[in-house]
Design a protein around this ligand. Structure first.
Ligand code: FAD
Ligand code: UDP
Length: 373
């Protein structure tokens, strides 16, 4: 008899399993349909011995000390600050778009003028979503806003989401604001890093407990009648849980192409984005993230594609008002069974969560809904 049946062994499922097992001394069964733990943060060593993030590059970053400390119970860290370049007009410029990007793109006198205007209007250190910068109605800042939108955001967003960029919620491009600064780091969070030895090792330590059992290669539905349990924690797609009774929630998927080169490094930094050229959006060199030393190197190219249920993975909920409305219908269904079933995670809450946000959500569900604090 298990106290909890947890569907999914990603961050949401593993954090909750760990809390329930260690803090409540209750028994947990995690059922995972893939052949591994870690969810989309899973990593593995390929045939050359290079550490690969199977479902795309993952950099841990957070401003919440308690989340950093919590995850630090299960791993040591490779200190890593992510750098991204965007390939624009044959040049590689730093992202988020910042004062250094301006210097690289424009003649010196004009670049200095743009910098002065930006600092004068917004202040050094300001972060301005591109759609806010576009509120400029005239002058050089209007030119700059249009230039950035056209060259950095338009093509990338259209490729990534498969729709015209104005159809996507403004919060999406606001994840990468224009930064009035000379700080080239992609994230400015206080705590950033990559688990030493990889995410998978970290997850193994997290769920290594006598109260936790894990069943891989199994859909949770296949065990519902076979294994007795008290409550469910569900971290898969919420529409699937309810048999798509209100219709399918849209997701965006990706195809990853891996390429290994006989060179120590190939890219100038962790990731290069291609907003305007090619069908891919970005290429990432894993060794730059993980700090691994190796004579060869592996690069992942990301090709966005439509989600086709049963064929590829539902990587991204699509932030659009009509999808939020549809999700709300499922959320109401979830509320009806809240006493016996908890929905937690990027797919179960249909939110564009980063890893730290999923951990925060799982800890809150544990404290409020499970412990009743
Ligand atoms: P998941 O990791 O998706 O885990 C859910 C699990 O449930 C899956 O393993 C799935 O197989 C399983 N499951 C689903 N249905 C069933 C079922 N019926 N039966 C059994 N098992 C089931 N975040 C960052 O903070 N930094 C990054 O750099 C970053 N990079 C990313 C890059 C990409 C390409 C993507 C797609 C995401 C990235 N993220 C990043 C986000 C991060 O992956 C998520 O926030 C996090 O992994 C979500 O954890 P989760 O537990 O909610 O879901
Ligand atoms: N974005 C863009 N150009 C870039 C990088 C990002 O237009 O070069 C926009 C795009 O809409 C993307 C969003 O910003 O979907 C968020 O980017 P982020 O790097 O956070 O995406 P993720 O890593 O989650 O795929």
């Amino acid at each position: 008899m298990f106290d909890y049946l947890i569907t999914g062994a990603g961050f949401a499922g593993c954090v909750l399993a760990e809390r329930i097992a260690t803090q409540l001394d209750k028994r947990v069964l995690i059922v995972e349909k893939r052949n591994h733990i870690g969810g989309n943060a899973y990593d593995y060593y390929d045939e050359n011995g290079i550490l690969i993030h199977k479902y795309g590059p993952h950099i841990f970053h957070t401003n919440a000390r308690r989340l950093w400390d919590y995850i630090g119970n299960f791993t040591r860290w490779e200190m890593y600050q992510h750098n991204v370049a965007a390939s624009i007009e044959g040049k590689e410029i730093p992202l988020p778009f910042n004062l250094n990007s301006i210097s690289k793109l424009f003649p010196q006198r004009f670049a200095e003028k743009l910098e002065d205007l930006l600092i004068g209007q917004y202040g050094y250190g300001a972060k301005i979503p591109i759609l806010t910068l576009q509120n400029q109605t005239s002058g050089d800042l209007k030119f700059l806003a249009d230039f950035i939108y056209k060259n950095v955001f338009y093509g990338y967003t259209a490729k990534q989401w498969g729709v015209e960029p104005d159809q996507i919620d403004a919060s999406v491009t606001a994840r990468v604001p224009v930064f009035v600064s000379r700080d080239n780091r992609y994230f400015q969070d206080e705590w950033q890093g990559i688990p030493s030895g990889g995410y998978t090792r970290m997850f193994e330590r997290m769920i290594n407990h006598r109260n936790i059992q894990i069943l891989l290669n199994a859909d949770y539905r296949s065990v519902l009648e076979l294994i007795p349990f008290n409550k469910i924690i569900y971290t898969g797609p919420i529409d699937a849980y309810f048999d798509y009774m209100h219709g399918e929630l849209p997701y965006r998927s990706l195809r990853f192409e891996l390429e290994t080169a006989e060179a120590e490094y190939v890219l100038p930094c962790g990731t290069v984005n291609y907003p305007n050229d090619y069908a891919l959006t970005r290429r990432t060199e894993f060794k730059r993230l993980t700090g691994q030393k190796h004579a060869k190197t592996t690069i992942a190219a990301e090709y966005p594609e439509p989600y086709r249920r049963g064929e590829n993975e539902p990587y991204y909920p699509i932030p659009q008002p009509k999808n939020a409305e549809l999700y709300r219908k499922y959320e109401l269904e979830a509320e009806k069974i809240a006493g016996s079933t908890h929905f937690v995670g990027r797919l179960a809450n249909y939110r564009y969560y980063n890893m730290d946000q999923v951990i925060a959500k799982a800890l809150t569900v544990f404290e409020k809904d499970i412990c009743g604090k």
